[in-house]
Design a protein around this ligand. Structure first.
Ligand code: FES
Ligand code: FES
Length: 161
């Protein structure tokens, strides 16, 4: 049995017939081609699959797709504006905050939520925001450096689609 799921992804409407057990991550990656959200643990532990639903970060691997009916989903692909990277995306690049990059989309989405809610976070705020995002490579310092640099950017607002 399939049900029609109608929602928006990065500001564009999407209509997909989905089964009751399909996850939001499955729909985004496998049905709609938004591969920014990564398939890591699939148990809600690593944060690689993080996306925003109506501005709040969620683990798309443990979110049933049908629960986002009528809602606005933003993936890391949707954070860029007018052809320019989001300040967090730019700062991750500038500060070498990605190594293998697998955790990076989830990190950036979690930090984008933080900057929307708290435009002047301290390093501890940023640490708390990514407490559920695991990175095997960077040691986190450069990620926090990048978050602080993005917070200083005059373009940090602009938010999710
Ligand atoms: S893949 Fe979703 S939390 Fe790890
Ligand atoms: S950069 Fe490799 S897991 Fe974070």
């Amino acid at each position: 049995m399939k049900y029609m799921l109608s929602f928006t992804v990065n500001g564009a409407p999407a209509d997909v017939a989905v089964g009751p057990t399909e996850t939001l991550l499955d729909v985004l990656r496998d049905r709609l081609g938004f591969t920014g959200a990564k398939r890591g643990c699939e148990t809600g532990d690593c944060g690689a699959c993080t996306v925003l639903v109506d501005g709040r970060s969620v683990r798309s691997c443990i979110t049933l797709a049908l629960t986002v009916q009528g809602k606005a989903v933003t993936t890391v692909e949707g954070l860029a504006r007018d052809g320019k990277p989001h300040p967090l995306q730019q700062a991750f690049h500038d500060h070498g905050a990605s190594q293998c990059g697998f955790c990076t989309p989830g990190m950036i989405v979690s930090l984008a939520e933080l900057l929307e809610k708290n435009p002047e976070p301290c390093r501890d705020d940023a640490r708390a925001a990514i407490a559920g995002n695991l990175c095997r490579c960077t040691g986190y310092v450069k990620i926090i450096d990048a978050a602080m640099a993005a917070a200083r950017s005059p373009h940090k607002k602009g938010g999710p689609a």
